[in-house]
Design a protein around this ligand. Structure first.
Ligand code: UDX
Length: 385
């Protein structure tokens, strides 16, 4: 099929590369001319495992302008759940036979877009996760498609041959995306509240999560307690619905408070040297959007700390150190904020030897607390006593 993909963010670029790999004739379009030039030269605009390699081998083309196509797939960003950019793309593609909306849009948007497009509008929300975006796109757990005709079903079946597809109506498809993300956020806020409760009653959240997750009705995933959810999706989608859902208002409040919980344990840090290890909102991405680290760093700054940072991928104005050990040199406190694999294998004795102080704050419960104490640290984590 001849496919125009509009928007080359995580969803658009990775979907485009995967459709091209399947043998479709793909044109990836973005209004950012500089980004398109880079893509034409095989340069990845963001860090995502496997992306560089895919860009080297792809047959997909890149342009600032669309071309004639069978299907236009809209993947532009919708910050604050404002669908204006999606309507603009629809207006520019009004004569297309099939207009597929992958961007997350408020319920009812596709029905409104149907009035603009001469062909059929299809809702096909994207569920890929940053950090495993390529794998998620190639082997999705499910494809959700809101369609209004057999021809629409046929287009989706051809695009996602061999995948598990659930067909529904346009509004339900749009809502499944919000329901999924807010469900995940709720799971995280609830387990974080349990982590805080563990500290009050003397329990271990790691074991509580494991025990709870053994029930298949609950499931083992998304039960990692820590400093709350970040990124470009979960916070945005919870905010979009929290006015209508009492439970989501609480999920949001718990998440905001959770980001700073770890600092309450440290007390006054004025004049202290603090090494922040891990900045991205989760491992395997360089994305800092709504990353808990950005809120924590701001708080540390206003508290008068001398901060230095390190992250394997994320760029930050303070991120000038080349290794965790160098970052920790002469510091009073090390603060682990993202659970990168690189951190899991650190030599804790060596890390401790670099430091002036002995405080290790493990905001993602990465380390075995006995090993951290053996290495000479005063070890603080969440939900473990
Ligand atoms: C999310 C959805 O998972 C994905 O389906 C959707 O398409 C986009 O939004 P993503 O933003 O890439 O994906 O990240 P995700 O893996 O969901 O993690 C979100 C946040 O929750 C991260 O900050 C992560 O650290 C946090 N998290 C996740 C926890 O704190 N605990 C967990 O157990 C799991």
């Amino acid at each position: 099929m001849k496919i125009n993909i509009v928007g080359t963010g995580y969803v658009g670029l990775i979907s485009g590369l995967c459709f091209a790999e399947q043998g479709h004739d793909v044109l990836c379009i973005d209004s950012d001319a500089e980004k398109i030039e880079k893509l034409k030269h095989g340069d990845a605009p963001f860090f995502e495992p496997g992306l560089k390699e895919m860009l080297k081998e792809t047959n997909a083309k890149f342009s600032v302008k669309g071309d004639e196509c069978d299907v236009a797939i809209c993947c532009v960003g919708t910050p604050d759940d404002d669908a204006k950019a999606v309507f603009d793309v629809a207006k520019a593609n009004k004569d297309v036979k099939f207009f597929i909306v992958k961007s997350t849009v408020p319920v009812g948007t596709c029905k409104k877009i149907a009035a603009i497009i001469t062909g059929e509008v299809i809702s096909c929300p994207e569920f890929l996760r940053q950090g495993s975006a390529i794998e998620d796109t190639k082997k999705p757990h499910r494809i959700i498609a809101g369609v209004e005709s057999e021809k629409g079903k046929d287009v989706i079946s051809r695009l996602y041959e061999g995948r598990k597809i659930f067909f529904t109506d346009l509004n339900s498809s749009e809502l499944i995306k919000y329901a999924s993300n807010t469900f995940l956020a709720t799971k995280i806020s609830l387990i974080n509240e349990f982590a805080n409760y563990c500290e009050q009653v003397g329990a271990n959240i790691k074991d509580v999560s494991k025990g709870v997750g053994l029930d298949p009705r609950i499931g083992e995933h998304f039960l990692e307690a820590g400093i709350g959810y970040g990124g470009s999706c979960l916070p945005k989608d919870v905010k979009a619905l929290k006015g209508d859902f009492k439970i989501l208002s609480a999920v949001h409040d718990v998440n905001e408070a959770q980001r700073l919980k770890i600092l309450e344990k440290l007390g006054d840090l004025k004049g202290k040297k603090v090494a922040v290890l891990g900045l991205s909102f989760k491992p395997n991405t360089d994305d800092l959007r709504e990353a808990p680290s950005t809120f924590i760093i701001e708080k540390l700054k206003t508290g008068g700390c001398d901060i230095r940072c390190y992250d394997p991928q994320a760029k930050h104005e303070l991120n000038v150190y080349e290794s965790p050990y160098k970052t920790a040199q002469g510091c009073d406190v090390v603060l682990f904020l993202t659970e990168w694999d690189e951190f899991k294998n650190l030599d804790l004795k060596k890390l401790r030897a670099q430091m002036k102080g002995d405080t290790l704050v493990d905001a993602r419960n990465i380390f075995d607390y006995l090993k951290a104490r053996e290495a000479g640290f005063t070890y603080l984590s969440l939900g473990r006593v």
